[in-house]
Design a binder for this molecule. Structure first.
Ligand SMILES: NC(=O)c1ccc[n+]([C@@H]2O[C@H](COP(=O)([O-])OP(=O)(O)OC[C@H]3O[C@@H](n4cnc5c(N)ncnc54)[C@H](OP(=O)(O)O)[C@@H]3O)[C@@H](O)[C@H]2O)c1
Length: 250
């Protein structure tokens, strides 16, 4: 079945929709005519605060992507969904070897990899029942280049990227497209430490993600930083790896 996803009239659920890029998606979906948007957040009050902006179209949902019972409840309650935006993410800037918090890597994996998989497994049947749809996975330039001082985060995004490729093949016959977004630097709390590069705005990523999903694009670089990393990776992979290694050698 071909990808027929259209933003206008779609019913979306966005994880981590209370701030940052997730909120950027909510705002773009509203502007582009989505029929309904489920605002997923770990803290229900945070989701309700966003949903109050447009009570007709925005509905608050408590959703921690590491909690199967909450995902299952959401899939039951939001049975009209045709778009899943897997945006929720955890980033702790830890190393794999020299760390006094060895548990962080597992937590990042739980959110950034298993969280995506949990959502797809729960909402795949919902979208299938609704005649198809789309999944947008918000990944990272750290998912195409290994970044040693993002020792848990970077592998979790690599894993989510590979899973996106596997899921795309599995879901295509069901009329469900899977689009991976390779995101560089965006002005959110997660990237508040990034001061050396111009950051994109959360809504730019929402716009780019919906644009790519509508066209059935498998993987899309959303912003100048991501495009730059991709180009450098193609031009000089060894040089890029060496530059990344220096981040933990100083
Ligand atoms: N900002 C960047 O430069 C950048 C670059 C590349 C990729 N990304 C990706 O973009 C996505 C959004 O990040 P952001 O920049 O918007 O960061 P952010 O402002 O820090 O937002 C992160 C969001 O994820 C939510 N979250 C964390 N753990 C969760 C869980 N277990 N269940 C549900 N929600 C959870 C947070 O909820 P709480 O408010 O409850 O904490 C928050 O809503 C992430 O996947 C991130 O990896 C961002």
């Amino acid at each position: 079945m071909s990808n027929r996803f259209k933003t206008e009239g779609c019913v979306a659920i966005v994880t981590g929709a209370n701030r940052g890029i997730g909120l950027g998606f909510v705002e773009e979906l509203l502007d582009q005519g989505a029929a309904r948007i489920y605002v997923g957040s770990r803290n229900l009050a945070d989701a309700e605060a966003i949903a109050a902006r447009d009570p007709e179209r925005l509905k608050a949902v408590q959703l921690d992507v590491t909690r199967p019972e909450q995902i299952e409840a959401a899939a039951k309650a939001c049975s009209d969904v045709t778009l899943v935006v897997n945006n929720a993410g955890m980033f702790q800037m830890e190393r794999l070897y020299k760390t006094d918090k060895p548990e962080i890597v597992r937590q990042e994996m739980e959110v950034n990899f298993f969280g995506v998989l949990n959502m797809v497994r729960a909402f795949g049947p919902v979208m299938e029942a609704n005649g198809g749809g789309a999944v947008i996975n918000v990944l990272s330039a750290g998912g195409i280049v290994a970044v040693p001082d993002m020792g848990g985060y970077s592998p979790s995004k690599f894993a989510a990227r590979a899973a996106s490729d596997c899921l795309r093949a599995e879901l295509a016959p069901l009329g469900i497209g899977v689009t991976s977004l390779i995101v560089g630097s965006v002005d959110t709390r997660m990237a508040s430490h990034v001061t050396w590069i111009e950051k994109s705005q959360p809504r730019d990523i929402g716009k780019a993600g919906l644009w790519a999903a509508e066209r059935g694009i498998a993987e899309h670089d959303t912003d100048p930083h991501a495009i730059g990393v991709r180009a450098q990776l193609a031009r000089d992979p060894a040089g890029l790896a060496a530059a990344m290694a220096k981040r933990v050698q100083s």
